[in-house]
Write a protein that binds this ligand. Structure first.
Ligand code: GLN
Ligand code: ZN
Length: 789
């Protein structure tokens, strides 16, 4: 293949240039995941891995070319993570990893990504990784802005030097060029890169490293220009955050320098995930050729940008939603952008996806399980390419040129808006009837606490776990066999009952005070409930990269949510029938159900959340009616739902807390409501946590040595609290003495009668050989505390 693809289609239809900012890279059938895991386990060699990777890149370029995309990205591919790629490109590799200059080996690359020796430990929540526990640790991992993608956090030392250590971006540009694709290379901007990183050893402002970093960037830009790049896409998503003046000045100096150093190269400064807001003046003052706007997330910013943008600036209009799976209403989009074309001319416009399509699945045509009507409302990455191309042609040639396509798009929007599958009048009526008292427990905590003490009769320092017990290979095998139809319902049910019964009896035996059923019947804490609720749909191949080789398949909330029948009562009641001790009913909270799904875009997120809350409220009531005295509503995703801009936090926290309370407030005083949260920093949301008013909250604290508790102390958190004393991310079994020490620390900060004793999180990723001794130690630690107190 050496022919130029642009010359192979001699008369492409006139179109306003279209663009994507990046496309999914894991492979339509997760080919990259398979290859990575085979490589890590030694089943295939480096060459085979790199061949798979190259194949995926070519397929992506070919697909975009075939769809008529004008600005096709390169270097959006990554073997693991694009932020790690950037760190490696500029040589920001901590000394411990042994890199001595020269090309960075795959071994070093994956050591940074995953650590060495020992497995990367995944947490029970959606497999978010926590780094390995022996040998060299992996770089820390954290969420990419407000997405569910996780990047590796670059680590910088004071006086950090940078050097061009990888030519990946140049190589991939050339690789595409050799195939006949002139691409627009993507790189993460220097300011975003530094802001995402953290200082190692001593604290300092990572932005102070900018002067040393910029020469590496200009070197990259020069080389790209020398190899024939005309446009380069530089991503600065920090433009959607609250920035200080120093950061804005840093952006100005960086792009000023690029313009001077590589004057012939066109740079598209790329913002996404929100409005430019108070960074707009900075963005519009830069000497760049193009500016990208996320008009899916922040359509309202267009007018202000139009009013202030210099005439020669190419505006990239991010109108196709890169974060969600809904088919676009193309005529409605044209209504908004045709006036822009009329005003600025079509030669200064690009029609684009709002952000990288990394955040949506590959291809709707792979979904064989969804019915035609629902499918007609959806668009995955491949379909979004077609939508872009239709818009590009409509702008250049007029709507008539793509009449049929526009009519189909409008018809889909029309049937979706009117569908009875989406709108359930009973849900709307019920939501409208919610009264303030529905979101308040009948009595304050001080009174509930007395009622609960009497009803539950628990010892001081009560012990419990967070819910899940080891998902052993037998459990996973049985589930897979059941899904494939090889194990019938009765057989699967009997298997799950036995697992549950064994687990309940064992907890009883070792002396845990509040028992759980173990969650063996749950594949995933969101999917399990989603499958039992109306308004949710599930895909077969709708994988989205979470980090590295890990993918998730988020459910799609397409309609009003309601609960046709109880979801967990049978399992919890069965577990309760096996013991006299209280069994905790386990539910996933409304905010987490929302946060880890694709959410419908035709009503407010807050209202979707309230609908879920009402459905869960009924589940809580049914559990209580079945004799369940303790009910836990997990909300590990509350913090990650925080908006990017501080000004929007209050509104979000208000409806998030209200939804939790709507779920939890319908019970009697003596029914004890628990909640659970993990990997949170609590300082900035402690008021909201207090307002949730759960009787007991369990949090992850063991690795922070109880420091996370400080937020609760300062707040004078009045309700009960279980600071995790067992780090479940590690296979290590904590000793009694260690746990006693952590509990004593907690006692210095909290009242002894406030404190529960529990692990940091669910135990589903651990082995029984680890869990058994650890929980026996945990019970022993609680007993020592009881004697001391
Ligand atoms: N109950 C869930 C479990 O134990 C909670 C998971 C979580 O929030 N991290 O797995
Ligand atoms: Zn957790």
């Amino acid at each position: 293949m050496s022919l130029s693809h642009t010359s192979s289609s001699p008369n492409p239809p006139p179109s306003v240039p279209t663009a994507t900012l990046g496309v999914p890279r894991i492979g339509p059938r997760r080919e990259l995941k398979t290859a990575l895991e085979a490589f890590w386990s030694g089943k295939i060699g480096q060459e085979a891995l790199l061949e798979t990777a190259a194949g995926l890149r070519v397929a992506n370029w070919a697909r975009q070319h075939a769809a008529g995309i004008a600005h096709i990205p390169s270097n959006d591919f990554s073997l693991y993570d694009q932020v790690l790629d950037t760190a490696v490109t500029v040589g920001a590799i901590p000394a411990a990893y042994g890199w001595k200059g020269g090309p960075v080996s795959l071994e070093t690359y994956f050591a940074l990504a995953r650590g060495t020796e020992g497995d990367v430990e995944a947490c029970a929540v959606h497999g978010h990784a926590h780094g390995s526990t022996s040998g060299l640790p992996a770089l820390e991992m954290t969420k990419w802005f407000d997405t569910n993608y996780h990047y590796l956090v670059p680590e910088f030392s004071r006086g950090q030097e940078f050097a061009l250590a990888s030519t990946k971006i140049i190589d991939e540009f050339r690789e595409a060029a050799a195939l006949g694709y002139r691409t627009r290379p993507v790189l993460i901007g220097p300011v975003t890169f530094l802001k995402l990183g953290k200082s190692r050893d001593e604290a300092f402002d990572t932005l102070s490293l900018l002067p040393g970093l910029l020469p590496v960037y200009t070197e990259i830009l020069r080389r790209l220009a020398a190899h024939g790049a005309d446009w380069v896409q530089i991503d600065e998503p920090v433009l959607s955050l609250d920035l200080d003046d120093a950061t804005r000045a840093a952006i100005a100096s960086a792009y000023g320098m690029f313009a001077r150093a590589v004057p012939g190269l066109k740079i598209q400064l790329t913002s996404y995930f929100g409005a430019l807001g108070d960074n707009r003046a900075t963005a519009l003052s830069l000497p760049v050729a193009g500016l990208h706007l996320d008009l899916a997330r922040a359509p309202g910013q267009l007018d202000a940008v139009l009013a202030e943008a210099p005439a020669g600036l190419v505006l990239s209009l991010g109108v196709i939603d890169g974060r969600n799976v809904w088919r676009a209403n193309l005529p409605a989009i044209l209504d908004r952008i045709e006036p822009v074309a009329a005003r600025r001319g079509t030669d200064h416009l690009i029609v684009s996806a709002s952000c990288s399509l990394l955040h949506v699945p590959y291809d709707l045509t792979l979904e064989t399980g969804l019915d035609a009507e629902l499918k007609g409302w959806l668009a995955f990455a491949a379909q979004k390419l077609d939508e872009l191309s239709i818009l590009g042609r409509a702008l250049a040639q007029g709507r008539d040129a793509v009449k049929d396509e526009l009519a189909a798009s409008a018809a889909a929007a029309q049937t979706r808006a009117a569908s009875a599958r989406i709108h359930n009048p009973a849900v709307a009526t019920r939501l409208a009837a919610v009264k303030p008292e529905d979101t308040r427990r009948a009595h304050p905590f001080s009174e509930r606490r007395e009622a609960q003490r009497e009803a539950l009769n628990l010892p001081r320092f009560p012990t419990t776990t967070i819910g899940s017990f080891p998902q052993t290979s037998e459990v996973r095998k049985a589930r897979a066999a059941h899904t494939r139809g090889e194990l019938d319902n009765a057989g699967y049910d009997a298997f799950l009952r036995k697992e549950t019964a064994d687990t309940v009896r064992w907890q009883d035996e070792i002396g845990l005070d509040v028992i759980v059923h173990g969650e063996f019947e749950r594949n995933d804490m969101v999917q399990y409930f989603g499958e039992l609720l109306d308004g949710y749909a599930f895909t077969r191949n709708g994988w989205v990269q979470s980090y590295g080789s890990r993918c998730v398949r988020p459910p799609v909330i397409f309609g009003d949510v309601s609960r046709p029948q109880p979801m967990s009562v049978e399992w919890i009641a069965y577990a309760q029938s096996l013991t006299d001790k209280p069994v905790k009913g386990m539910l996933t909270g409304p905010v987490t159900m929302l946060q880890w799904s694709f959410v419908r875009d035709d009503i407010l997120r807050a209202d979707v959340c309230r609908q879920i809350a009402l459905a869960l409220r009924d589940e809580v009531a049914d559990l209580e009616a079945a004799g369940i005295r303790v009910i836990q509503i997990d909300e590990p995703a509350i913090r990650e739902g925080l908006p990017l801009r501080k000004a929007d936090w209050k509104h979000y926290l208000d409806w998030a807390v209200e939804s939790f309370r709507l779920t939890s407030s319908g019970v009697r005083d003596e029914t004890q409501i628990h909640t659970h949260m993990c990997y949170s920093e609590f300082n900035d949301i402690i008021d909201a946590i207090g307002a949730m008013d759960a009787d007991v909250i369990s949090i992850e604290t063991s690795r922070s040595k109880m420091e996370l508790l400080d937020a609760f102390i300062t707040y004078r958190y009045p309700n009960e609290i279980g600071p995790g004393v067992y780090d479940i991310h590690s296979p290590r079994v904590p000793s009694v003495a260690e746990m006693v020490e952590l509990l004593e620390k907690a006692c210095q900060r909290l009242a002894a009668d406030q404190i529960w004793v529990n692990p940091d999180c669910g135990l589903k990723t651990r082995k029984w050989e680890e869990v058994r001794p650890a929980l026996i130690n945990l019970v022993a630690a609680a007993r020592i505390l009881r004697e001391e107190a």
